[in-house]
Design a protein. Sequence first.
Length: 268
Amino acid sequence: MLAPSPLVDLIIPVLNEVKALEKSVETVREFLGRTFPYRWRVTIADNGSTDGTREVGERLQAKYPGEVCFFAIPQRGRGRALRLAWTQSPADIMAYTDVDLSTELEALEVLCRAIHEQGFDLGTGSRLQKTSRVKRGPKREFISRSYNLMVKTLLFTHFSDAQCGFKAVSREVVEKIVPHVEDQAWFFDTELLALAEKQGYRIKDHPVLWIDDEDSRVKIVKTAWEDIKGLVRVRFYLWSSAFRSTRAQWRKGSPKQSASAAREHARV
């Protein structure tokens, strides 16, 4: 008997996206239903919207039962929304895309196949490889390349693009790595990739087609400063005795252990 196809849960984190949400979800549904080789569902993760996004999400869930799910939390933070969506999902592979769909959806199959069939644990889109195709202004290009150079310099990592809003993770990564990620906002991605790499998890670093969203409301200066503080925090954590004493409990292949249990072990 053939093994059942894995279930992929594609999360779309949203904050005040009443104008873009319905069109994006319809686009994703049409794409997945037409070409995607695995079982799938789409989860809308609303984190703190006040503009009617919740009503749109609830309407889409009612319109497409079993295909579209929706939940809302009052606190803002993309990392917070992803953490909750991934840890509560019944799926075998969890992924996410930004609501603007800046990254080509065709890359989702590549990342999920890498996890399901090729032994990878995470997949991430990259805008910074030689074969990546990117359309964005020089300011954002400079900031992105400078930030990722800082990531490599401070954390000694190998993945090329920490902040591309397009990733997929295995169930093991959700159970073992995500509980140790502290950031609740934009730095969540970088911290997730860095901790996973340091614990021996394999990362599929895939070049993508990425078109900048001209309507993006990301506050670049504030986000950059928070990312820099996050890099420093993670750098000191990786040097700490707490990391050394717990890494055996949550590295790849080890039995599942909660973050609270790991912290308790570190205090002993």
